[in-house]
Ligand binder design. Sequence first.
Ligand code: GLC
Ligand code: CA
Length: 594
Amino acid sequence: MLQTFLRDQPENNDPAKRQWWKEAVVYQVYPRSFMDSNGDGIGDLKGIISRLDYLKDLGVDVLWLSPVYPSPNADNGYDVSNYRAIADEFGTMDDFDELLAGVHRRGMKLLMDLVVNHTSDQHPWFLQSRSSKDNPYRDYYIWRPGKNGQEPNNWQSYFSCSAWEYDDMTDEYYLHLFTRHQPDLNWENPKVRDEIYDMMTWWLDKGIDGFRMDVINGLAKAPGLPDAPSHGQRRYVWGGEFFLNVPRVHDYLQEMHRRVLSKYDIMTVGETGFVTTEHAKLYAGEDRNELSMVFQFEHMGLDGGEDKWDCKPWSLLELKKVMSQWQNDLYGVAWNSLYLTNHDQPRALSRFGDDRNYPVESAKMLATFLHLQQGTPFIYQGEEIGMTNMIFDNLVDYRDVEIFNLWRDRAETGETDLGRLMHAISLKARDNARTPMQWDDSAHAGFTRGVPWIKVNPNYPQVNVQRSLTDDNSVWHYYRKLIALRKKHPIMVYGKYDLILADHPEIYAYTRTLGSEVWLVVCNFFANTPVFELPIDLLYGATDLPEDPPELIISNYPEDASQSLSQGHFTLRPYECRVYRLTSGRGARLGLAN
Ligand code: GLC
Ligand code: CA
């Protein structure tokens, strides 16, 4: 079969399709928690500047900054009150310019977070908009009269409760898909679009290298804002089908591309919850003139039920299915983003690995599993040193509005199993991944001289950058090696992905193929020790192993000669991963190249 893959694959590394952002590795900085330079307990731009050499040394190419704009922080900066300035707590525009120059001087690039589905309710546009029905800014937002003394429709916001807020100033409701302090912009209004495009142009002219676009698939709302079909008792219902992936969103993105994005050599990644590969081909298709790539969430949903708090164990077979579908469906037609965690998700090591018994092994295995797939890998700050979920003892230690709203919605409205809710929160809270970066074993992990805005994970004496740098076997050094490998081997970027052993319950294995080169990736997702059998006939179209032994490219364990692949099988140690090159310019001899 692999022989057929080889013959049939379109040349995906065709120079026309080569792009710097496909070959790059992105590092997400959550500024509030990265590095505090002035002791106020809040990370800031000067703090990031002081760590640029660290990031360069790791080898990443692109930094994505979560929002640093002025914000009342109802949702940690995702409620922007001024799109063209820097929040005081993060620094000044001069600091920003210095940061950008420092990034560029080191040969790296910078992406800004673009949050334009909504603004803060303190944004001057909204203050104007709410002031009267005939204010010129009224139509910048989505206002509706109530219906029978209630909200205009039954939509539930992302963060519990209704998606509508009543404003007595004009006796109408405004729409907010997130908190009530984040009113949704009315993208139907061409003036809104002009304002946003001007603002994007302003940042791009400053020299930034692209945008990560917050909930960008939510810009268009279904005409008429219809009620969501409701089953059961709930007064407010999730109405995603009416505000996510509504076809009109593509008109906006194509217009944005025509008027702004197409004029620069930049990278864009859209945050698009609830997308399928069919949607993604529309947002990120090579010929669509919309975005470079999107963040999908199907793999993040595997341990949830009706909502994410409805926790269940994820299954490897499902993970294989989801990941493989994204790899296969987008191959040659659109580009994948690859991530396992970010500021909205728990730590991947605690979620998909074993942060107690095999923290180092499983962190490296997860990195391998992800970085060897086709797409642009994203590393979330701290992932490269194996940071884990935070165990907060008390609800009051959380800082995230999502948790407070959830608690109000559930605990105060009749949820009986509070233990279960607390457990779900401990697994899924966004604050899990928002605790300060662990730099060293000094007080507060070296993040701040003051009192950090959110507690530091108490495991910082063991898990920190300083320690990682001095230990050759650390997760950090492994990431660095993986990133360097990607720079050397185009197959890691452009090779075609093919899942093998699809039904194996413990091993996730796949090949990458580029021209006559074939790599084999084998990952053990558990603490058990399964035997991996090389599917010789599948890979080589023969019954015997070829003479040239497969070459081990990288692994998270020391090499064990008695367990090499030249026997055609080996026993995997807990969370072991191995990457082999099966052929290299030797394809002809193996019968692969023709
Ligand atoms: C995105 C952000 C998240 C924020 C939300 C509203 O999902 O990643 O942090 O709460 O949008 O802006
Ligand atoms: Ca600070």
